[in-house]
Design a protein around this ligand. Structure first.
Ligand code: HEM
Ligand SMILES: Nc1nc2c(c(=O)[nH]1)N[C@H]1C(S)=C(S)[C@@H](COP(=O)(O)O)O[C@H]1N2
Ligand SMILES: [Mo]
Length: 435
């Protein structure tokens, strides 16, 4: 694509003025490796989260270890958050590439730049809506979070694949440090990678000479021309590269240490930025939606409350004392929210399998779980047979040795191992065996 020569020169000079020791292909490759790993981790754990909530008919999920979902989603959110410093560092490193001249050299070059534009834009949107979601800022964007985040994840990973394919020769050339950095500590510049125009500045200068006119572009040129040569001596270049990587590493490690505690107990003490803090809320457990928000205060406190368990036409109705009269079990399980926070608690109540057995449920049956809450996406959930039949799956009546707080689902809530928090339905109303 032919641009007015004057604009071309401006782009060229911008690119030149932006040169810095840490802006080189080796930096781009090192950061790219880290980012690609984080993206693939996010994609894998994200798909796990998607399908455990919306399984395909043939899917069976492990119920052990009981903290499995806590780990997968904790990794999702933590590695997702680490993408922020990494992505900014990568954009910093390749920023001068924005000013390539000519902006489009061929159709292939156009496709290359278009795929990068798509990749950068979709990645930024993906991680931004993800982060906002963990702080429950749903209303900030006018589209449904889950569907958008899911669909975009394919755009992100698809354009990542194209990006890697397009850059494969650069990636292999700068993959190993010994190939990328020469004995003097400078980044090796392969001829093909050099800016196509860097070898013809004279031509640009000659042309400009004829047009040293006033006006804004003229003045800009003059200013850029006055900029001192940007490439520092090699010793400085090495220090500067190290400083850059140290800055990125400190930013990423700091962010990780200050947020990962929401997902992983060992770092609880340094959880500063995490959306949730362990030990807060009624009975020392965080609450997303209170009974008041869910409009269940009256129905949940009513002395007419019953849990109805049904299997086709067979059904049994349990009041609270009847549930307490069943064999009681105690389990220690985490609530592991899709938003990344999680916390352990001790739960007590009858086993779900005993309850569904009381209406003759077959071994492979799923259960449809309904809450007293109406009209919310949490109001009705499904449970696959492997979870229904697990000994750790309870209809919990107690939390840490006391009757469930109304905000934790009194009179009764679901608690099952290795499942996301959204499926741990509160304020139970009916359990329907689907056979
Ligand atoms: C390139 C990076 C990312 C990819 C490829 C990715 C992918 C996914 C996928 C496929 C899901 C499942 C969606 C569904 O259930 O339909 C998911 C869920 C989720 N992601 Fe990400 N994600 C990325 C980054 C992030 C980041 C940075 C955050 C937050 C800091 C985040 C937060 C979430 C949350 C909260 C969910 C749960 C959604 C729900 O079920 O309600 N993601 N992600
Ligand atoms: N009926 C009902 N059950 C629910 C919810 C809800 O809003 N309504 N929230 C779910 C979510 S998202 C999580 S993480 C767990 C724990 O949420 P809580 O902190 O609101 O108790 O309960 C789940 N059970
Ligand atoms: Mo949640």
């Amino acid at each position: 694509m032919l641009l007015p020569w004057r604009l071309q020169r401006l782009l060229h000079q911008f690119r030149h003025a932006l040169a810095a020791p840490s802006r080189n292909p080796r930096t781009a490759v090192v950061l790219g490796r880290l980012l690609a790993s984080a993206f693939l981790l996010c994609f894998a754990t994200g798909l796990y989260s998607h399908f455990i909530q919306d399984p395909l008919p043939w899917m069976v999920f492990p119920t052990r270890p009981s903290w499995l979902y806590q780990i997968t989603q904790g990794i999702h959110i933590t590695s997702g958050i680490l993408c922020f410093p990494l992505i900014f560092a990568k954009l910093y490193a390749v920023f001068p590439e924005l000013f390539q001249t000519p902006p489009i050299r061929s159709f292939a070059h156009f496709l290359e730049r278009a795929s990068i534009a798509l990749f950068v834009a979709s990645s930024l949107v993906e991680i931004t809506i993800g982060l906002l979601n963990t702080y429950q800022f749903y209303s900030l964007f006018p589209f449904p979070f889950r569907q958008t985040h899911y669909a975009l994840s394919f755009v992100v990973i698809g354009s990542l694949a194209i990006h890697i394919a397009v850059k494969l020769s650069t990636i292999t050339k700068y993959w190993r440090k010994s190939d990328a950095i020469d004995a003097t500590g400078n980044v090796v510049v392969h001829e093909q990678d050099a800016d196509a125009n860097l070898d013809q500045p004279d031509e640009l200068r000659r042309r400009t000479g004829q047009h040293q006119d006033a006006g804004i572009t003229g003045r800009l040129f003059a200013w850029i021309d006055a900029t001192p040569a940007p490439l520092p001596p090699q010793a400085k270049a090495r220090t500067s590269r190290r400083g850059f990587f140290a800055t990125v590493a400190i930013a990423a490690a700091g962010l990780g240490i200050l947020t990962a505690g929401q997902s992983f107990r060992v770092l609880d003490i340094t959880n500063v930025f995490g959306a949730r803090k362990n030990g807060t809320g009624p009975q020392g457990l965080p609450v997303n939606r209170t009974a008041n928000d869910a409009k269940v205060l009256e129905s949940a406190m009513s002395k007419d409350w019953r849990l109805t368990v049904s299997n086709g036409t067979a059904s049994k109705v349990y009041d609270y004392p009847a549930l307490q009269a069943m064999p009681q079990y105690e389990v220690v399980l985490p609530i592991a929210c899709v938003e990344g926070w999680s916390q352990y608690a001790r739960w007590k109540g009858p086993r779900l399998s005993d309850l569904v057995d009381s209406v003759g449920a077959p071994a492979g049956a799923s259960v449809k779980i309904s809450s007293l809450e109406k009209g919310s996406s949490y109001a009705v959930t499904m449970m696959q047979p492997e979870f229904v039949r697990d000994d750790l799956t309870l209809v919990a009546l107690e939390l840490d040795g006391a009757v469930l707080d109304i905000d934790h689902g009194y009179p009764a809530r679901m608690i099952a191992p290795a499942r996301p928090g959204v499926l741990q339905t509160k304020w139970l109303s009916t359990l329907e065996v689907l056979s």
